[in-house]
Design a protein around this ligand. Structure first.
Ligand code: FPP
Length: 246
């Protein structure tokens, strides 16, 4: 077992074999579900749940870095989430925009190359510019944080195929698709964690999830913490991954 200090100074007791040595668990993706229910249980508007959800997101990202996870992906806003009430959509977009203002500092503190997955065309120019600048300015950092925003798995595959057609391809391979997805810069997720007691993918990383392990928990996203992340990782290491072999 290796003992390490996390950012808050508390000692972590990590199983080196699991978390550091062979890098098997490189990429965790989170479906951050349950913000609305968490707020309702407290008699608060759903938007409040999302604002607490951003704080949880920051804590979880930091913890994943502390335990040696190289890539973290979060599902912040789907192509279908625009159907939510305007007040909620506006609140999430405001949280996202506020995060862009502080993201460079956070990325520096946590060694994160911040990348965005999804169709950015829908965002106002000033938001797009800030997203692109952040991606460029944080390229030097070794860990990757993918934020899926205006993201849909089906939309992503269609986008990849259309790009290939525009490039003149008449037949395509799996590799062609993989290298034209928004995630072409990183390995596919080893583990997909969904909080909030639902057990579905909701159009998240459809192509990349082909051999991912899944971990579903009842914890609502604002209550997600180090212990549940550890439980998910431990669960992952109890699985036998065969990738279609025996
Ligand atoms: C799912 O919970 C959560 C979302 C659709 C939005 C999550 C967005 C954030 C945490 C803010 C994004 C910003 C950054 C910077 C990452 P839900 O609303 O579906 O919860 P419910 O199932 O309880 O209704």
């Amino acid at each position: 077992m290796a003992n390490e200090q996390n950012h808050s100074g508390t000692e972590l007791c990590l199983d080196a074999e699991h978390f550091h040595v062979d890098g098997r668990l490189q990429h965790i993706a989170f479906i951050m579900d349950g913000n609305g229910r968490w707020a309702k249980k407290r008699g608060m508007p759903r938007e409040y749940g999302h604002s607490v959800g951003v704080k949880t997101f920051e804590k979880v990202i930091r913890y994943c870095g502390d335990i040696g996870i190289k890539v973290v992906t979060v599902y912040a806003f789907s192509t279908e989430n625009w159907k939510r009430p305007e007040v909620e959509v506006k609140a999430i977009m405001k949280l996202f925009s506020d995060y862009l203002d502080i993201a460079r500092k956070k990325a520096e503190e946590n060694n994160l190359h911040v990348c965005f997955l999804g169709d950015q065309g829908i965002f106002p120019e000033n938001v797009r510019n800030r997203m692109q600048a952040l991606e460029q300015e944080t390229r030097k950092y070794p860990l990757t944080l993918n934020i899926a925003v205006n993201y849909g798995g089906r939309d992503e595959i269609v986008h990849a195929v259309n790009t290939l057609i525009a490039e003149g391809k008449t037949t395509i391979t799996e590799d062609d698709i993989s290298t034209h997805l928004y995630t072409s810069h990183c390995p596919p997720p080893d583990l997909i964690v969904r909080t909030g007691a639902e057990q579905r993918l909701s159009n998240f990383l459809l192509w990349q999830a082909a051999y991912a392990e899944f971990y579903f928990c009842e914890t609502l996203w604002p209550d997600m913490g180090d212990a549940e992340v550890r439980a998910a990782c431990a669960d992952f290491y109890g699985r036998k991954r065969r990738f279609g072999g025996v």
